[in-house]
Design a protein around this ligand. Structure first.
Ligand code: ADP
Length: 276
């Protein structure tokens, strides 16, 4: 059973009917053990990708407040060498950012060859919050789906492995998570009236997400929809997806590194032979 649902081009999804409680027939302990195993593979694959310097990895997370973006990113980063990885969080745009096209601030955060960048929110906010709150007129945001597809095509054509995760929780689960925060004094700093206000727009966001999934899932950059009520299931789905996205490149990276090694060895031998 696949743990993340890969959205097909132009596929309509009824998110209100999506089972956010999915467990994939697993229990927490089994899933966590699998995550640890997959984590070792991620460490290995990252090192190969870094050394080969041919591809980069961009992992993008979207989801409502409390959907678990921070948690999923933290878990993934447990297995990543941060020397060649970073997180870019996209907040309300600054006046300078707003004075440019919506992709301007995003493009400069994309990873260079060998690197990993994780997006905590992304350019999709420009067809989500912007649409729901009418921060731009419809004729502006409605063109952005195509802009986004073209932008992501540039990235994938340039060797970026692009993985887009949409973490999906139920309305009840969100309420529970918001209330839990209130009970935990160490999380008081996270309390925000804004989260409850956004919740009132639940259905508008659902519609906006449905359009995003349908319109921005071309073959080169499909969305991966993850049932995220169970954090352990979410983490497993993320890790499984990452490994299966990176593995097809492994043989090519290894071959390239072997070639580099042969060349470097020959240069070293020639250098030694020339030393009197
Ligand atoms: P988070 O909720 O991600 O932990 P914040 O509480 O700082 O972090 O929220 C960031 C806010 O920035 C979100 O409400 C998000 O909708 C908003 N945001 C991000 N990108 C845009 C954008 N392009 N236009 C308007 N608001 C945006």
């Amino acid at each position: 059973m696949p743990h993340a649902v890969v959205i097909k081009p132009d596929q309509s999804i009824d998110l209100a009917k999506f089972d956010t409680c999915e467990k994939g027939g697993l229990d927490k302990e089994t899933a966590q053990a699998k995550v640890a195993e997959l984590g070792k593979r991620l460490t290995e694959l990252q090192e190969l990708m870094y050394a080969a310097g041919r591809n980069s990895l961009l992992v993008l997370f979207q989801g409502r407040d409390t959907a678990g973006k921070d948690g999923a990113i933290n878990r993934m980063l447990d297995f990543v060498n941060v020397q060649s990885a970073r997180v870019a969080a996209f907040k309300v745009p600054t006046p300078v950012e707003l004075a440019h096209d919506f992709l301007w601030r995003v493009h400069q955060e994309t990873p260079g060859k060998g690197g990993i960048t994780v997006f905590n929110r992304s350019h999709y906010e420009d067809v989500l919050v912007v649409r729901v709150h009418e921060l731009a007129p419809k004729e502006v945001w409605s063109k952005r789906y195509e802009h986004i597809n073209n932008f992501e095509r540039i990235l994938t054509d340039s060797g970026t492995i692009l993985i887009k995760f949409c973490l999906w929780i139920s309305k009840d689960e969100q309420e529970q998570r918001l209330l839990d925060r209130e009970q935990d004094p160490t999380k008081s700093w996270k309390l925000s009236v804004g989260d409850w206000k956004e919740r009132e727009k639940w259905d508008d966001y659902t519609a906006a997400y449905e359009d995003v999934l349908k319109r921005c899932s071309p073959e080169n950059a499909p969305w991966r929809l993850i049932a995220a009520d169970h954090k352990w299931y979410r983490d497993l789905a993320v890790m499984e997806t990452l490994i299966s996205a990176l593995e097809p490149y492994e043989a090519g990276w290894r071959k390239h590194l072997e070639e580099i090694g042969v060349k470097a060895r020959a240069e070293l031998e020639a250098f030694r032979a020339a030393v009197p």
